[in-house]
Design a protein around this ligand. Structure first.
Ligand SMILES: Cc1ncc(COP(=O)(O)O)c(C=O)c1O
Length: 422
């Protein structure tokens, strides 16, 4: 019988970030009565299991309406299929209707969640010596994806208004000075996870200029953009230089169960003989070796949501948008109500699922354990989102999955903890 040495496994297996996330799940399991301000999941009050079958029927009905025969309908939903998916045309229409992003349907690849879109994009674009720039603090899904692919990440520190384009240029220059190539920048411009920040419009234009000057691609990840008061134009909608690869998720705008997301890669790829293809087409080779194709059943369900809403997720999500806005206002109001001055301060995001609280108290796993055990509330230490250190006195608060009453009670408990520890 062989024993395998843990240190001989790939670094992604033993990554401390993965350990942090496991720790959070373990805490939630150990203290099931604690209210969670940690979970970034969508609110389940909107879900009805019978909707899944209805969406499936709506989609197959849509195919039949177009004169598609029964055999092909069956094959579409039940057989292996096109690598980049079959609802790409509906997704392209949704992007045009909701976001003013106009791309050919073939530039859209339907993926197994946004997570797969990140892995495919990184794998397809990065060669040895290339570096990914990423906003710090950063969503763990992208740093984790870079880790499994052995892609180095250079953090770009975020300010209260999100990324500073001048700082992006500085980090790119620093990377280049080491002999490496800064290949792309990853960011969530609208209501970032974990900070909730939204990049102001002038900065979006500046960032696109920096991308051109520094020869960077931009990976724009946008799972929360719907859930704000004033929609800002997407980087992809402002992208006249085809620098932006847009990453989308249906986890929040529909539901996470189907695990459907997408990438938009309308860049031209030219080979030595001058032949041109779309980047989305080239990336399909990577996808075919990861998941073959995105679940056909799952695509049909999401396709049903798109057909039923006339390809407008803004229209389909009116109730959810109102709910999440109310929860975010409720969270911010409760912080003001329960936390005495000097114990904590927090940012005021204009939308999304998250806010960040700063406190003189050390917000580490020890405090989190005390919080869950003795105060009945769970949250995420911001240090989990800084792979290179930082965030020791900050907490990510998530307001998406709770009822307004539970949210209020959770903040009351958190205030009690922080007041006692101050
Ligand atoms: C910023 C960000 N990107 C991507 C995702 C994952 O999306 P999906 O569930 O479609 O893989 C999340 C989920 O929490 C997220 O916060």
């Amino acid at each position: 019988v062989v024993d395998l040495l843990r240190e001989e496994l790939h670094g992604s297996v033993t990554d401390p970030v993965a350990a942090s996330m496991n720790f959070l799940n373990e805490i939630a399991g150990r203290y099931p009565d604690a209210i969670s301000l940690a979970a970034g999941r969508p609110y389940e009050g909107f879900y009805r299991t019978e909707d899944v079958g209805r969406y499936l029927d709506v989609y197959t009905g849509y195919l039949r309406q177009q004169g598609i025969g029964e055999e092909r309908v069956r094959r579409t939903v039940m057989q292996y299929g096109r690598t980049n998916g079959f609802i790409h045309d509906l997704v392209a229409r949704m992007l045009a209707v909701d976001e003013g992003i106009h791309v050919p349907a073939d530039a859209v690849a339907v993926t197994t969640g946004c997570q797969e879109a990140m892995v495919i994009t990184l794998r397809g674009l990065f060669r040895p010596g290339d570096v990914l720039l990423a906003a710090a603090p950063c969503y763990v899904g992208i740093t984790g994806a870079a880790r499994i692919l052995d892609i180095p990440v250079a953090p770009v520190p975020e300010g209260p208004d999100g990324l500073d384009p001048a700082e992006v240029a500085r980090v790119a220059a620093r990377v280049r000075a080491t002999g490496a190539r800064p290949r792309a920048l990853y960011l969530v411009p609208d209501f970032a996870n974990p900070t909730g920040s939204q990049l102001p419009v002038p900065r979006r234009h500046q960032l696109l200029r920096v991308a051109r000057d520094e020869d960077l691609l931009i990976l724009e990840d946008d799972p929360y953009g719907l859930f704000g008061v004033t929609p800002h134009p997407k980087l992809k909608a402002l992208d006249t230089d085809q620098r932006v690869i847009y990453l989308g998720s249906f986890a929040k705008s529909c539901f996470p169960g189907p695990r459907v997301g997408f990438l938009v890669a309308d860049q031209a790829v030219v080979d030595a003989a001058g032949r041109r293809t779309l980047l989305a087409h080239e990336l399909s080779t990577v996808k075919s070796m990861l998941t073959v194709n995105t679940s056909a059943v799952a695509q049909a369900v999401i396709g049903g949501v798109l057909v039923e809403s006339g390809c407008s997720l803004r229209a389909a999500n009116r109730d959810k948008i109102a709910f999440y806005r109310r929860n975010l206002s409720g969270l911010l109001a409760a912080l003001g109500r329960y936390l005495p001055a000097g114990v904590a301060s927090w940012n005021v995001p204009a939308g999304g699922f998250f806010a960040v609280l700063s406190t003189p108290v050390r917000a580490d796993v020890e405090l989190l354990t005390t919080s869950a055990r003795e105060y009945g509330v769970i949250w995420t230490p911001m240090s989990f989102f800084y792979p290179d250190g930082g965030g020791e006195h900050a907490i990510r608060l998530s307001c998406s999955s709770l009822t307004p009453d539970d949210l209020d009670e959770a903040v009351r408990r958190l205030a009690k903890l922080l007041t006692a520890m101050s």
